[in-house]
Design a protein around this ligand. Structure first.
Ligand code: SF4
Length: 103
């Protein structure tokens, strides 16, 4: 009886942990869509060369996500999570108006 009770208590906990892990992976695998309202508001583009220089005058050639303080580099990957977008992936060649020079 005791082992059955233990099993019944463990199964929901294991399931919840599996769902949490799966959710975390899913969030990290989502690529930011330029048309997403937040991305549009920040002027995010996957190719910095396409940044709206008229709207975002602070943009300067050479700025891109890979050179941004917030870019959470993943070795060997062209994309990485960005906390501005809740951990969704942005392109290393991308840019948004929250760009801050990597120290
Ligand atoms: Fe790219 Fe930095 Fe903007 Fe994130 S905050 S999208 S890393 S420029």
């Amino acid at each position: 009886m005791t082992s059955r009770r233990s099993f019944i208590q463990i199964v929901p906990i294991a399931g919840a942990l599996a769902l949490c892990a799966r959710g975390a992976l899913a969030a990290n695998d989502v690529v930011v869509d330029e048309k997403d309202p937040q991305a549009a508001a920040l002027g995010y583009v996957a190719d910095a060369a396409k940044a709206d220089k008229a709207k975002f005058a602070k943009f300067a050639p050479g700025q891109n996500c890979a050179g941004c303080q917030l870019y959470q580099t993943r070795p060997g990957s062209a994309t990485a999570p960005c906390p501005i977008f809740g951990g969704k992936l942005v392109a290393g060649k991308g840019w948004c108006s929250a760009w801050a020079k990597r120290a």
